[in-house]
Design a protein around this ligand. Structure first.
Ligand code: ADP
Ligand code: SF4
Ligand code: MG
Length: 382
């Protein structure tokens, strides 16, 4: 039996996030836009209640389109160094993200989420496949054009302890993209940095300090300010709440949600916490070993999961109702994520799948529509 089932009360839960209502809220009205940011933007943490995670008003207009994207990292070996194998971090992904939408991306550590995000932004050049941003094929752009395009696409990295330069004042860190793109200099640059710091709930005079003088939550705010500096329309949030206390996570999430609604941002939100992802995403994609296993509108995915892998992930999510929580069954997956160098044949999940059939180890299931904007890659579930 490849998979065991335990009751929630006897097994540790994977999620630490409180499940909350995902009811939509009205979008904050757009601020007057004569300057980069309006005055008095420092109010965000006081005005936004802790759980104001209302969904944005997505459109049907595609902002990002990913076609058959692959990113392989070569392994070099031998006495005469040469490529001996590939790490198939991302292995044939197709998806789109609509303007104004938040697409959640979940999956175990090592399944390729960060690499997918970096490849979408061309921070890693894809091995093959195409990425379109506003119908522009990023693979066709020259270096300068790509740099210009990056004004509109930014990434908030997982670990602010690693991503901030320890010997650079935070003001300079935030100002860097504005300088590189010749957007501001002198007093105007200083003002913009002050605005950005206030926008993420920090004080303007913090610009002169170094990253070591800040807590983890404050560093992540600095990361967000840097990502916002060029007024992007699309941000990849790569596990931005990892390594932070739950109370700080809630504050940051409020900030990210407020910014998204106010600035009409589109997010690809990568996270491990499925309860959190449910509350902020319009749709959710489930990734495993470099592939998308399932993709659907959020409620559809959580209420009607079709892939055994999604079921296993969801079974670990805490339920707020004590009775339901007591009765909750957790599916414990045996073993680990397979090696990305030599993934299993057929369905990559088959060695760990409780529902597998003969065909599962022989033929790879394609990601197919089952209606209702719901896609699944499973011989049994589709
Ligand atoms: N720069 C790199 N060079 C070689 N292997 C990498 C590199 N970046 C990521 N990988 C590998 O690609 C796989 C996917 O990694 P990653 O995208 O970081 O996964 P996740 O974000 O889901 O944890 C892992 O096996 C990881 O070791
Ligand atoms: S295709 Fe087979 S092995 Fe893969 S998830 Fe579906 S049932 Fe499990
Ligand atoms: Mg990652």
């Amino acid at each position: 039996m490849p998979t065991s089932v335990l009751s929630a009360s006897s097994a540790s839960a994977a999620s630490s996030c409180r499940a909350v209502s995902s009811s939509a809220e009205s979008r904050p009205s757009s601020p007057a836009d004569s300057s980069l940011f309006p005055q008095h933007t420092c109010i965000i943490n006081r005005e936004v209640p802790e759980y104001s995670w209302g969904l944005p008003m997505e459109t049907n207009e595609t902002l990002v389109r990913v076609e058959n994207l692959r990113k392989y990292f070569p392994i070099i070996g031998g006495t005469i160094p040469r490529k001996v194998a590939n790490i198939r971090a991302v292995d044939g992904i197709r998806l789109h993200i609509n303007k104004g939408e938040t697409l959640g991306l979940v999956g175990e550590t090592g399944c390729g989420k960060t690499t997918l995000g970096r490849s979408i932004l061309y921070l890693e050049k894809p091995t093959s496949g195409r990425v379109f941003f506003n119908d522009v094929d990023l693979g066709e752009l020259g270096k300068g054009q790509l740099r210009n395009m990056r004004q509109h696409m930014q990434m908030i990295f997982e670990n602010p302890f690693a991503s901030l330069d320890p010997v650079m004042r935070v003001g300079d860190t935030i100002a860097e993209p504005l300088r590189v793109h010749n957007i501001a200099s002198g007093k105007e640059l200083e003002d913009r940095v002050s605005d950005l710091l206030m926008l993420v709930g920090l004080e303007p005079d913090m610009a002169d300090r170094y990253p070591s003088e800040f807590s983890g939550g404050q560093r992540q705010r600095i990361e967000i300010a840097r990502a916002l500096a060029l007024r992007p329309s699309f941000i990849i949030c790569d596990n931005p709440l990892a390594h932070l206390d739950v109370s700080i996570q809630n504050q940051l999430l409020s900030t990210l949600t407020w910014l998204r609604n106010w600035r009409d941002l589109t997010y690809l939100f990568i996270a491990h916490d499925l309860a959190l992802v449910r509350n902020i995403s319009n749709r959710v994609a489930v990734m495993y070993a470099g592939k998308i296993m399932e993709l659907a509108e959020t409620d559809e995915l959580y209420d009607n999961p079709l892939s055994p892998y999604t079921l296993a992930l969801l079974s670990a999510v805490l339920v707020p109702d004590p009775k339901a929580e007591r009765d909750r069954m957790i599916i414990l997956l045996p073993g680990d994520l397979p090696s990305p160098v030599n993934p299993p044949t057929g369905c990559r999940f088959h060695p760990r799948c409780v529902g597998r059939k003969g065909i599962c180890s022989e033929k790879e299931p394609p990601l197919v529509s089952v209606g209702n904007d719901h896609y699944v890659a499973c011989h049994v579930g589709s």
